[in-house]
Design a protein around this ligand. Structure first.
Ligand SMILES: [Fe+2]
Ligand SMILES: [Fe+2]
Length: 190
């Protein structure tokens, strides 16, 4: 499905596995932001006819947010402050201005965030069974949904302008490959 051009750095997984409480707080914010991202796409003229589908994604992300909050509560981990992700910030910064190109860039960036989440949740589902079986199962349960969001956003971008969506996907896959190599010592999913 997703043709990512760079592997997740080898130090990412050990960093995450040794900081699970902080990762869960970061994950909660990630799902909250995913819900608002879906709603933000509804401002584009080219996506007015997709409002119902985007609402459905927003609701699904809110449900994910709620599930992470419940895990935090059960484990006595306080919901805390979000840390901005350098990777997401840099990807978002290169979104061009202008109705149509902005909508395409936004969709492609959100697709890659969903795609990377899908990939990382799968890695966690594989790594966690002996360490934390509840979380292993939880991450496995999210993989399909985030993968579907990736595919939906790519299809929406292609529907607006197929050639331009391909060009921008090519551009953002290169950018993602460059950014993902940059070290981030914080225990964050992205
Ligand atoms: Fe989600
Ligand atoms: Fe998602």
């Amino acid at each position: 499905m997703l043709m990512l051009r760079e592997k997740i750095p080898a130090d990412w997984l050990p960093k995450i596995l040794s900081n699970l409480p902080a990762v869960l707080v970061d994950h909660a914010h990630l799902e909250r932001k995913a819900a608002t991202s879906a709603l933000n796409l509804e401002k584009y003229r080219d996506l007015y006819h997709r409002v119902k589908e985007l609402n459905a994604i927003a609701i699904e992300e809110l449900q994910h947010f709620q599930l992470v909050l419940e895990i935090l509560k059960r484990r006595g981990i306080p919901f805390g402050q979000p840390h901005p992700s350098p990777w997401i910030t840099a990807m978002m910064r290169s979104i061009r201005k202008g109705q149509r190109v902005q909508a395409i860039d936004h969709l492609v960036v959100f697709a890659l965030i969903e795609g990377r989440s899908c990939e990382k949740f799968q890695m966690l589902a594989n790594a966690l069974p002996t360490i934390d079986p509840e979380l292993a199962q939880f991450y496995a349960s999210l993989v399909e949904s985030e993968g579907n969001h990736y595919a939906t956003y790519i299809l929406m971008a292609r529907e607006i302008d197929d050639a331009e969506a391909s060009r921008r996907l090519d551009y953002y896959l290169d950018l993602d490959a460059e950014l993902i190599r940059q070290p981030n010592p914080l225990p964050m999913l992205h």
